[in-house]
Design a protein around this ligand. Sequence first.
Ligand code: ATP
Length: 585
Amino acid sequence: MRYARLVDTYESLEATTKRLEMTDHLVDLFKETPPDILDKVVYLTQGKLYPDFMGVELGVGEKVAVRAIANASGHPESEIVRLWKETGDLGTTGERVLERKRQQSLFTQPLTVEAVHSGLDTLARASGRDSLDAKIKILSRLLHDATPREARYILRTVDGKLRLGIADMTILDALSLAFASKEDRPTIEAAYNRCSDLGMVAVYLAHGGLEAVRDIHLKLGVPLRAMLAERVQSMEEIFEKMGGPCLLEYKYDGLRLQAHVFGDGRVRLYSRHLEDLTDQFPDVVKSLRRSIKGHEAIVEGECVPVGPDGEMRPFQEISHRRGRKYNLQKAMEEVPVVFFAFDILYLDGEELMDRPLPVRRKRLESLIREGGGEGVRLSTALETGDIKKAEEFFQESIAAGCEGIMAKSIGEDSVYRAGARGWQWIKYKRDYKAEMSDTVDLVAVGAFAGRGRRGGAYGALLMAAYNPEEDVFETVCKLGTGFDDETLFSLRERFTEHPTIHPRVKSEMEADYWLVPEVVMEVAGAEITLSPIHTCARDVIRKGSGLAIRFPRFTGRWRDDKSPEEATTTKELVEMYRQQLKKVG
Ligand code: ATP
């Protein structure tokens, strides 16, 4: 399949902000794609080569990109650098330079999707001493064979800035329409939730239809999407929602990890966002290997720093492990961690995710008890329908250093719902007086120029919640407090600016800078109010009004483990607003 065909779709996608039109373009593309390479087409459309959990990182430095464009075009590097600065976009730079190339070589082959994917794959895997030269060579070759228009997208892909605004959910819509029907969408989504691999779902669907998709099972080394919780503001509400006894567990304040333990002792760890974090937690790997020896299992737990006195420590003490490999040994010695296991999805060839929670809990208990060992413990749990006992349990959990409790349904249907947020799991956190009872995770979509001491830096950020129905980010507050000086002055480096408002952002406020919605931050606030300027849940509570957070404050916690689509949703904010009213009334 010609790469030019993919580029046609990229251009059509960029020309619209309407989700339905985007879906139609994708349906046409998927139908025309030979089934065998449908996975590659899906990944490339998302700006990747493989699903995230495989950890194959695309990306080249400035030197490689500039040298490759120079090789393919014959233009001096200085001119390319100058143009790049001017346009701010590597893709447009390459396209323009290649357009100016005087002679098209006689020996260029039309580029195929396969050639682009395999070229980029070799490029991504190049490592070691000669990798720089190897990367330049591969990219030069691809650009040499590319038309200027194709070069634009190849370069944006290697620069990590393809950004067509396509969410996973839109791809799932398109796959259902292309190979099954709209009604089959839940079956297809369920398969995706089990394997977290859109390319694989696409290939199975195109080859074997729904039957094949139903046959996608859990596999060690392939993380499933995390089950998520709803929130309530009082203990009474927990039991109202549960309609009877349930399993209460401490809600640990740490990092959620999905651990895959192989029979031969290998262990892989995935974040809630399904990133492979194995290398950051060799201590957890070791503990799990010892504790689950001789079994094959997928277990979920929260990884929490624990002091020498055995007390749980604040989560922030392990967050700095990310990206700082050289200090890992020191970090492990200074702040040991414990993995508190709370669920099991697979054990020795048996899929457990479709079994009710009490069955899973029993299996988990015997597995962890059998293994013993220091670094792995069971989450503290209590099955009860008694509100007084629940209150006591909640107080105990706070005293132990936890954030609150999780309440989990124990009914017949209490299966593990991968990728879904529902009332089977409910979180209930400590009530911070005069604050919103829970923090929210918002996406930065714009920034305002700082004044005075903050001159030259961002003074505040425009924050948004996610609206999954429309796949857009809707603004909810201007965030300017909670930053220490160092964070504030380096703030700009964390974001990617976008020349205009991003197509997936809905805002009526004019920001000084628009940002690509990709960074998630935890925000606390005093209350949720109605607002005429913010677009979050506009018209839902009152016509002409949206929701806003009053006195927002950054908690200091960057939610790098969350994708923007995993930010707090507009629907959750509506629910929080309603609960707040109930509390006052
Ligand atoms: P969410 O995961 O609901 O989007 P979040 O990541 O901000 O939100 P919280 O609001 O803190 O997390 O609540 C859910 C999280 O609580 C889980 O993702 C998990 O990391 C953590 N957690 C701690 N203890 C438990 C437990 N016993 N069972 C399940 N999850 C737990």
